[in-house]
Ligand binder design. Structure first.
Ligand code: ZN
Ligand code: FE
Length: 253
């Protein structure tokens, strides 16, 4: 049975995701109760488990209300357990659970926060990356170092390129402006931005895309690209150093 994945816009620009598979319905992150409850009720679904990516309030706010209503399990990164609502199961990177298309691996992606995890469904080729890898961007480094984030992104870049990346926020348009400033001649980027503009004009989400497209267009994944390196005057730097410079420029952009 293939996974059914529902994108739920929450708050200003957050996304939560429902993942319905052979083991029931999981929710990735809990930014806001009302739209999540609506999405469940309109489908006649109950909620089995909430899976938290990191401790920030805009990802955990609705946990208690949803747990109260559905009696669901709450899982999240063990390293951040003391900073979030009570976890019924504290997950360590490397853990796998679920069956068939519902098989899910927990991947450590520190940088934005130190304990941030991504949820990867290898059979279903879906990655829930929240505020690590984002559409045309990556999360701000609130807790970790640039080297840490580069390592995290490098891990995700190794996943099959057909993997669909579901990220935590609708930041694509503002990320696109920055990406274009660094990489103005990238035809794939130009084409992507055109599509993003069209989608946003219709109010459609744009933060759910194949990894292959991120690899071609997301400047944070393109530290090894010679054109980008020339533009930054970093032809001989390491990938991690190039990433560090790109992240610093984005923070000032
Ligand atoms: Zn966050
Ligand atoms: Fe966030």
């Amino acid at each position: 049975m293939p996974l059914e994945i529902i994108t739920i816009p929450c708050l200003e620009d957050n996304y939560a995701y429902l993942v319905k598979g052979p083991d029931g319905v999981a929710l990735i992150d809990a930014p806001e109760a009302a739209p999540i409850i609506d999405a469940l009720e309109s489908r006649g679904w109950s909620l089995g488990v909430i899976m938290i990516t990191h401790h920030h309030w805009d990802h955990v706010q609705a946990v208690d209300e949803l747990k109260e209503k559905y009696g669901c399990m709450v899982m999240g990164p063990k390293a951040e357990a003391d900073k979030m609502p009570k976890l019924d199961m504290a997950l360590e990177p490397g853990f796998s659970g679920g069956t068939g298309d519902g098989l899910c691996n927990v991947i450590a992606v520190p940088g934005h926060t130190l304990g941030h995890v991504a949820y990867h469904y290898p059979q279903a080729q879906a990655l829930f990356s929240a505020d690590s890898l984002m559409a045309l961007g990556c999360g701000r480094l609130f807790e970790g170092t640039p080297e840490m984030m580069w390592d995290s992104l490098s891990t995700l870049m190794e996943l099959p390129p057909e993997t669909i990346v579901y990220s935590g926020h609708e930041y694509t348009l503002s990320n696109a402006k920055f990406a274009l400033s660094l990489d103005p001649d990238n035809a794939a980027l130009q084409a992507r931005i055109e599509k993003v503009n069209e989608a946003r004009a219709k109010g459609e989400p744009t933060a759910q895309v194949p990894l292959s497209l991120e690899l071609e267009t997301n400047p944070f994944l393109r530290a090894s690209d010679m054109g980008l390196r020339k533009k930054l005057g970093l032809e001989n730097a390491t990938n991690s150093e190039v990433f560090t410079e790109i992240r610093a420029r984005k923070d000032r952009f």
